[in-house]
Design a protein around this ligand. Sequence first.
Ligand code: ACO
Length: 311
Amino acid sequence: TTTELETEFERIVQSDQRIEPRDWMPDGYRKTLIRQIAQHAHSEIIGMQPEGNWLTRAPSLRRKAILMAKVQDEAGHGLYLYSATETLGVDRAELTENLIEGRQKYSSIFNYPTLSYADVGVIGWLVDGAAICNQVPLCRSSYGPYGRAMIRVCKEESFHQRQGFELLMTMMTGTHAQRDMVQESVNRWWWPALMMFGPPDDRSPNSAQSMAWRIKRHTNDELRQRFVDMSVPQAEILGVTFPDPDLAWNAERGAYDFGEPDWDEFMQVVKGNGATSVERIANRRAAHENGAWVREAAAAFAARTAAPDTT
Ligand code: ACO
């Protein structure tokens, strides 16, 4: 009976075991996972664009090779996560349609332009740093395919974060102009990076249920705080500051106090009014349309190799 199935589902979740694709799950659980994992996959795919923008202008062969490897990793994460979403009964082609038709979201962070090469370092350090902070707990997500996908994704994100930090370290030991470029980039990315964690807990409609289902293991504000606490000492090592006059150590809490991100800006970006929102989707649509012949050729080849031998 449904009650028995529900009890079994609850037992699995509450005992920190995994729900697997063939297990019974409530419709809401399935829908929430499809929403979150698809949004996550779309973010990885759209996230190739801001950094991809600098591939042709990387300052050395070494930097170009690193950046190319990193951007390719993001494509891999996207494909991996689309596969995880497909285990819930949706089709990848449908997900791509949803993205390019604006029916599904992707992370707000990728709607900001990359204006200097320092942005490559700052994205690695702060954006991938925030991504790791959010995603490491997701390795323990109650849905098996998602949690397992996160393990590999997090390992690669850690490499991305380090390459960003190393690039910034190099720039910070360079010329005045290079140091200024890094600080200017940090100023632009700090607040958008904090927004990646989503709206504040009292304005996060999905958090309570997702926490109860153990899809999410921490609230948006908890992870944002963790990210701030982790980033401040790293900024000190680099020799940059964050553009927040309210940022201060709070000895009582044993954590940093910090200012409020501009949530109106966040809402605008999420609605599709970010600086590069239109361009990102237009590029994705063009890539999809230009790749139609590859999909057709692959399908034709698969059909031919699967056909019975008539010779
Ligand atoms: N950008 C765009 N939309 C966002 C963002 C964001 N940074 N944060 C929240 N939202 C959306 C949510 O998707 C939700 O919209 P929906 O109900 O229409 O789907 C709405 O804002 C309200 O937010 P929450 O109720 O807090 O949503 P949720 O519980 O899903 O939490 C979060 C949002 C924290 C982003 C969660 O979905 C998550 O952890 N996702 C996995 C990580 C991820 O997607 N990372 C992508 C960026 S990192 C990278 O790719 C390098």
